[in-house]
Design a protein around this ligand. Sequence first.
Ligand code: AMP
Ligand code: TRP
Length: 332
Amino acid sequence: MARIFSGIQPTGHLHLGNYLGAIRNWVRLQQEFECLFCVVDMHAITLWQEPEALAQATRETAAAVLAAGINPDTNILFLQSAVPGHAQLAWVFNCVARIGWLNRMTQFKEKAGKHRENASVGLYAYPNLMAADILLYKATHVPVGEDQKQHLELTRDIAQKFNNDFGVALFPVVEPLILGPATRIMSLRDGTKKMSKSDASDFSRINLTDSADSIALKIRRAKTDPNPLPDSPDGLEGRPEAANLLSIYAALTDSSIENVCQRFGGSPFSDFKQELADRAVAALAPITAEVNRLMADPETLDSILRSGAERARALAAPVLDEVYRAIGFLQT
Ligand code: AMP
Ligand code: TRP
């Protein structure tokens, strides 16, 4: 049976890339599959987080997932740090994954930057913890944005090596689900850079908590080029900012880039941006309102997360047991 697992880091505000690249797909998948959605606070601390800000961002991230339409009764929504099995299995995977495998991870190189010697050991081992998140529940499908593909390949390698080393068929082969026309939303200031929580400029991204006015302003100020919009996707060659805005529009309206080109081909960016802003506000305003409502009621939010963690622990326990037996840890 298929089981979905996905995770999101509670670092700063969620943005349109998280919504279109990840959370919106989760909302659709919950109709068909058994799903676990995890706020990965242990991944967040691979980079420094102010404790109070981390706690606030953790609640806000959980609230955003609920506000986007995840049903916490039919799915499991929980915090990674509330289920010890993630750390326990991650340690096992630290001993399965090879240093050479981790050395190839491009996200570590990006995040560690020039000061690699000064990066946390956790940042380096991050993909092993991610593999543990998924495999602790023997999840089979993982909806993510493009940027996580390499980590999922590593998850497959770890699962396979564990199965081979111990002569078991314990872990499944994990499939990434990279869905929709917006698997990689780019910065509004630079079409070659990913839209990211950590970009210094707030004008680079649309946050799920932005007001309608601020969304409209950011889209009006978004970088473009002097040419009108093309009437087919071929005309987007070498125009990363135009390609990005069109794919955001396609995702928001559930249409294809072809259709959007047909509709706006020849128009100036100003007309298109007005419509794009209207669409973005229409999609995000109800989510923002619901996030604010949930944030005002932390007891309800915490009790949803507590119940999620309880159910996650119950699913994880027998898998960890099986892993420990396979390894030869004495069961006393
Ligand atoms: P993160 O914010 O890094 O925890 O990412 C949470 C989810 O959002 C993951 O599935 C990412 O692949 C996805 N995601 C993050 N940034 C973007 C982006 N700019 N475009 C599309 N998906 C994204
Ligand atoms: N690394 C992911 C990101 O930054 C978040 C994540 C952690 C995740 N564990 C996961 C995603 C397990 C999918 C499955 O986006």
